[in-house]
Ligand binder design. Structure first.
Ligand code: PRT
Ligand code: ZN
Length: 293
């Protein structure tokens, strides 16, 4: 392969848009159109390999791609059923979150894990499900289905299902209720332990540092406010996940200061109310686009 770093990304689907968005936030300039399998990044020696999500772990394992962005659910399943030894999760990316759950008829006899003994469970994740049942000493039979798993109980293919859930609307529409979460999943960055060579390693290190910046800035906010000097300590305690805030005297008033801080934890309305109760005024909460330490 050339000296260009190759990233396997889902071409189309629930992971694709947010994967492209994250790479664009990292400063990669590219466009994805037509049926092409490769998209060339214009401003860095990187190519995107555009494929089905299920193929991503295998492509990373066999060197067709250097790294990949994929759902942890797919990675975990491939780890148990395919030969992808040496491929590991490097970063959790915080998007495409969903849970792999066990679910059954909301009014039926299966309400807990134990009720699954001697039952049939339909799933697209036989590896993860079999391992989970074994760990929990449940003797049930897995029936593999590639899609439409939620329909299995209704047509008597299975007594329960093991499927991904995000909003829960699909389960509800089919009269099913989730009673156990097997895996909490999100998009992950995966890489094989194979040596990249110096050139690609340099590009990879640069990209990873940008990804870290994007991950950190995602949940972070910049807070600016004015407050009486006497309230600095009280207000500093309320600012969520921030280091020592910057304190700037306000020229016109000796007693009043401006405080500014990066908050790495969520800033809720309740936080703003607490700041106000402690004397803060003119409170501004700003999104942070990029961060690098
Ligand atoms: O074509 P390709 O093989 O690449 O895509 P795909 O059809 O296999 O996968 P796709 O695009 O549907 O999902 C890609 C990845 O997105 C998954 O592997 C998960 O990591 C993640 N993801 C996040 C989800 C969901 N949320 C999700 N809700 N994947 C699937 N679903 C399905 C679920 O299977 C069920 O049918 O959505 C339905 C439930 O959704 P709710 O909102 O009704 O609960
Ligand atoms: Zn798929």
């Amino acid at each position: 392969m050339s000296g260009r770093l190759r990233i396997a990304v889902q071409k189309k689907g629930r992971l694709a848009d947010e994967s492209f968005a994250m790479l664009k936030k990292c400063g990669l300039k590219f466009s994805v159109r037509g049926d092409g399998l490769l998209a060339r990044v214009k401003n860095l020696p990187i190519d995107l390999l555009l494929v089905r999500d299920d193929d991503i772990p295998n492509f990373v394992a066999n060197g067709a791609s250097d790294i990949g962005l994929v759902g942890e659910n797919v990675f975990a399943e491939e780890k148990l059923t395919a030969s992808i030894a040496g491929v590991e999760i490097i970063r959790r990316l915080g998007f495409s979150r969903c849970n792999l759950c066990l679910a059954a008829d909301e009014n039926g006899p299966i309400q807990t894990l134990k009720d699954l003994n001697d039952r049939k469970i339909a799933t697209s994740y036989p590896g993860i499900l079999t391992a989970y049942l074994k760990n929990n000493n449940i003797d049930a039979q897995c029936t593999e289905m590639k899609g439409a798993v939620e329909l299995a109980p209704r047509i008597n293919i299975a007594d329960a299902i093991c499927d991904l859930v995000s909003s829960g609307a699909t389960l509800e529409a089919n009269g099913l209720r989730a009673f156990e979460t097997i895996l909490e999943s999100e998009a992950v960055l995966i890489k094989s332990s194979a040596d990249l060579g110096r050139e690609k390693q340099d590009i990879y290190d640069r990209l990873l540092s940008r990804i870290d910046g994007v991950i950190r800035s995602q949940g972070s906010k910049y807070i600016m406010l004015n407050a009486p000097r006497s309230q600095i300590a009280a207000i500093s305690k309320i600012l969520p996940g921030s280091d020592a805030p910057t304190i700037i005297p306000l020229g016109t008033d000796d007693d009043l200061v401006a405080m500014q801080a990066v908050c790495t934890e969520a800033v809720f309305w309740e936080t703003l109310e607490a700041l106000k109760e402690n004397g803060a005024r003119s409170i501004l909460v700003l999104p942070i686009e990029k961060m690098m330490s």
